[in-house]
Write a protein that binds this ligand. Sequence first.
Ligand code: PGA
Ligand code: ZN
Length: 421
Amino acid sequence: MSSNITAVRGREVWDSRGLPTVEVEIETKNGTFGRGIAPAGASTGSREAVELRDGGTRLGGRGVSRAVELVNTLVAPALLGHDTADQAGIDAILDGLDADPARSNIGGNTVTAASLAALHAAAAVRGIPSWQVLNEAPTQIPRPQIQIMGGGAHAAHRTAVQDFMVYPLSATRIADALAQVAEVYLSVGEIMAARGPRHGVADEGGHWPDVSGTEDALDVLVAGIERAGLRPGVDMGISLDIAASQFQSNGLYRVGGVDHGTAEWIEKLLAICRAYPVITMEDPADEDDSHGMRLAVAGAATVIVGDDYLVTNAQRVRDAAAAREVDSVLVKVNQVGTVTGGAAAVVAARENGLSVIVSARSGETEDTSVAHLATGWGADIVKVGSITRSERTAKWNELIRIDEALGGLPLAPVVTRRAQP
Ligand code: PGA
Ligand code: ZN
């Protein structure tokens, strides 16, 4: 069957925050098509690909009708006739449609949805799952990292820290890991209910952090792990996304009304990593605070992850690796805009001995691309928010299906600090 593109359609659909987002369908012969939906961040890095939003009064200016129009009038004619099997070629065409590498003219959301649609179209035309387009024979399923409590920009800054996650350590299969995390989620809910009335959920489906601060949240998390019959640090580790850019200004980190300079702030985090079984810690310092990132890597036994700090940019990954500013790379396709750009960040990570975490965004949909990318790219970890709400479970459930289709694979090994050269 011909795998050349015969139609490209864009439309405005809805994400988990009730905000519009771009969906693209790319069709090949006989109505076979792939669909991609752009996710959206809340705590975005300033160097990410720029979203194209309509502005004005409709939906608080968040509409994407202009982006959809560009899919139909600009992206479609550029891609018609091209071979979906050539993802790099398609992504190069998408790159060429915007003179600005930040994609401010046609939108990172426009490009992301189109690039993901092309990947899924390439799979559909061959009658195979999308992970298989990226890798014929994966040998592992990425180990999940799952939010139990959401804070920061995802919970009206109820806590400074954005993401209190667990990271199953002893589970060897995805289904078992998810079941363990579900037990922890329930246990933490019971502990929080016993402390008083609960106040709903955070943006990615985690419990609203009704806690007095970071240490209190971690105490509840450890208690939840134990209540679930698991050993903290042995069966279940903790992962934190500090998302420090969110509360840093003028070189100071403001937490609980108190300002901390970089060295003092990082030392506070390192003390937390020593006191709790924190296996990975993301963005401990601001996106421009390379000194803070280096201090964290130098001082922690914990794996230091770059998200806003790296923005899925292969060159930034290489530079940060050379300067010893990260151990691990968070990969979000919509930070860079294309599947090929995401793959380049993965390659840069691997060439420099860094581990790879493929991540969803806080604004998500039923799109399951992340499960396929994480498996196809051989990621160490996959991160999609909590184990509740359908935009999250869509990905976890897809991973269960992928594992089954592959005959049952081991989970990727638990990540460790990058080896010293
Ligand atoms: P975001 O958060 O999607 O709101 O940027 C996710 C993360 O920081 O990992
Ligand atoms: Zn992050």
